[in-house]
Write a protein that binds this ligand. Structure first.
Ligand SMILES: Nc1ncnc2c1ncn2[C@@H]1O[C@H](COP(=O)(O)OP(=O)(O)O)[C@@H](O)[C@H]1O
Ligand SMILES: [Mg+2]
Length: 262
């Protein structure tokens, strides 16, 4: 087993009952802006959590702390039992590989075939020669094909990415995260500016993937009704602070009014 896989397996085993994500009194500042202030939360393996709140509340910043791309200004961010701020760059990259993120802008290379975009999910693991060679002679075709089958577009492996519809490109971005084989999937507003039918399809897919693989899911959403329908737990963020952290069924209209009041 490759060293990185062994390390991932060890982390998975040691953290099977510990929270996968833990923030302890975390604040995150960008110059004078306090994007997050004194946030404390723990997310257990397999949970499906929605982050909701007005624009600028700190949702994207919170996701970037959970995937290790941002370190807190103060407080502790612990991912898979490892405190992010204390890790060497190499260990931090390994942790980042275990947390896959789907962004609203898919960051796909339009003029490449779908397989190359999906295979970009391997880049953290592949050597540079292997990555370059794969552009000429695609590597791990079966893994990519399986990921595309999981997201429902098995037949698009060699299609040019920019010829796909917006919904299909979103699925390619998700397939790229799946080949990374992360323990958790984070999605930053995956259904913003998308029609209701495509939103439902994407949320159905994310839920089905988390149910079938047991992967933890943390999704930031503007659409409260989707958060309630698809997630078990809802964290309401307002002005960088956690206003509530409740089971989806417990979220009341009074809580939502307070969250979104002007
Ligand atoms: N890289 C950055 N540099 C400066 N300010 C930032 C940066 N990222 C986020 N912010 C600020 O932090 C606050 C929270 O932003 P963000 O996490 O993007 O909120 P949300 O995703 O809920 O809309 C906002 O005021 C935003 O302008
Ligand atoms: Mg955002």
């Amino acid at each position: 087993m490759p060293k990185s896989k062994r390390w991932a397996a060890k982390l998975a085993k040691s953290s099977s009952c510990e929270p996968i994500f833990q923030l302890e009194g975390v604040s995150c500042r960008f110059g004078a802006v306090a994007a997050l202030s004194d946030c404390t939360l723990a997310i257990a393996p397999g949970e499906r959590v929605a982050l909701i709140g007005p624009s600028g509340a700190g949702k994207s910043t919170l996701l970037s702390l959970l995937n290790g791309s941002q370190a807190p200004t103060s407080g502790r961010a612990i991912i898979l039992g490892q405190e992010v701020g204390r890790l060497s760059p190499r260990k931090r990259r390994r942790i980042q590989r275990l947390v896959g993120t789907v962004y609203q802008q898919h960051h796909l290379v339009g003029n490449l075939a779908v397989i190359h975009n999906v295979n970009a999910g391997h880049l953290g693991r592949w050597s540079l020669p292997q990555a370059l060679w794969s552009l000429v002679w695609p590597q791990q075709v079966e893994v990519a094909a399986q990921a595309l089958a999981q997201v429902g577009i098995a037949d698009r492996l060699y299609a040019r990415t920019d010829r796909l519809s917006g919904g299909q490109q979103q699925r390619v971005a998700l397939a790229r995260v799946l080949v990374q084989d992360p323990m958790a999937i984070l999605a930053d507003e995956p259904i913003s500016s998308v029609d209701p039918e495509r939103s439902r399809a994407m949320m159905d897919l994310l839920r089905q993937l988390s149910e079938s693989t047991g992967k933890t899911l943390v999704i930031s959403l503007h659409e409260v009704e989707f958060a309630v329908k698809y997630c078990d737990r809802i964290i309401g963020l307002r002005q960088g602070q956690i206003l509530f952290d409740s089971a989806a069924a417990q979220v009341s209209s009074a809580m939502l009014n307070q969250l979104y009041q002007l």
